[in-house]
Design a binder for this molecule. Structure first.
Ligand code: SAH
Length: 283
């Protein structure tokens, strides 16, 4: 997967994406990340990227032209600022070929038919979730636009982007952390990225449930021992225990998830015993 990120602060991404799993994912060729500094696409001596809002009020608004130009350059395969690991040039060529460059103008409804989502990070967007991460992981390419200050000129929203995503009901100083959250959670879902192929399948939310508890060595830490069943070596019992722990945890913490989770008859029976236990405790 190729992810292009448009930002005024590309360096914010480097340390996080150059460690651990994201680093290995890039080295192994599962993921290609490229940053594009929006300032490089601004014109004039001072390369101005933001200006005060029409109508007054505080703060600065990101101008539309540099953002449009950056997206166009990325879609045409010439937006090369900051590719990682030396594979960028080749990827940009193949990226360019995949897009139909000749239909780039005029702006209105311009990019809607393209297969690569162009996503604005925004507290007003659709809420991000594991389900959205799974959906995004199906694409070969994503373009993420990070706002700053008071946000971006509305024409970016109206004529450039194909999607708008919020990572939660709070306001950040910029879209960079939000983009990083998306990159991180999507990368984790790409085939080959996690060491254990199945790990992502039992993660919280993947199955519609929260994941149950994990333990590692030592077997006894202070006075606290690892549950017997996990040391038993009995695969079926371990699987059942894990399932019940996931059900119990979801029931306690996020009961609304159970309404849409994929449950077997055995699961439902177990949930009934939990409800029964609670009733008995309350009476
Ligand atoms: N004035 C805007 C908020 C601007 S915050 C409003 O009220 O809607 C500045 C930038 O940070 C935004 O343009 C967006 O790119 C990013 N951002 C802030 N909060 C975010 C969130 N919850 N999810 C995704 N991006 C966010």
């Amino acid at each position: 997967m190729h992810i292009d990120i448009l930002t005024l602060f590309p360096e914010m991404f480097t340390s996080y994406t150059n460690e651990s799993i994201l680093k290995r994912a890039q080295e192994a060729g599962h993921l290609a990340l490229r940053w594009h500094n929006v300032r490089d696409y601004a014109t004039g001596k001072h390369r101005v990227t933001d200006e005060p809002p029409y109508g007054g009020g505080g703060g600065m608004i990101l101008k539309p032209e540099p953002i449009f130009r950056a997206v166009e350059a990325v879609l045409q395969g010439s937006g090369g600022a900051g590719e990682q690991g030396g594979r960028g040039a080749e990827e940009q060529r193949s990226g360019g070929a995949e897009e139909n460059v000749s239909s780039l103008a005029p702006y209105p409804s311009l990019f809607a038919s393209r297969s690569s989502p162009i996503i604005l990070m925004s507290p007003q967007g659709r809420p991000f979730s594991q389900k959205v991460a799974q959906e995004l992981a199906q694409h070969e390419r994503l373009i993420l636009i990070c706002g700053r200050y008071e946000g971006v000129d509305e024409r970016v929203r109206q004529h450039l982007i194909t999607d708008e995503i919020s990572i939660g009901d709070y306001v950040l100083t910029g879209g960079e952390l939000a983009a990083m959250v998306i990159v991180d959670s999507v990368a984790r879902l790409l085939p080959g990225v996690l060491g254990a192929e199945d790990a992502a399948k039992t993660d919280s939310f993947a199955t519609g449930l929260l994941e149950g508890p994990h333990y590692t060595r030592p077997e006894t830490f202070r006075d606290w021992s690892v549950p017997e069943v996990l040391r038993s070596g009995h695969a079926a019992n371990i699987a059942r225990w894990r399932r019940e722990q996931a059900l119990r945890r979801t029931w306690q913490r996020r009961p609304e998830l159970l309404e849409t989770a994929d449950l077997t008859e055995e699961d439902k029976k177990f949930l009934r015993t939990l409800a029964q236990e609670e009733m008995e405790r309350d009476t």
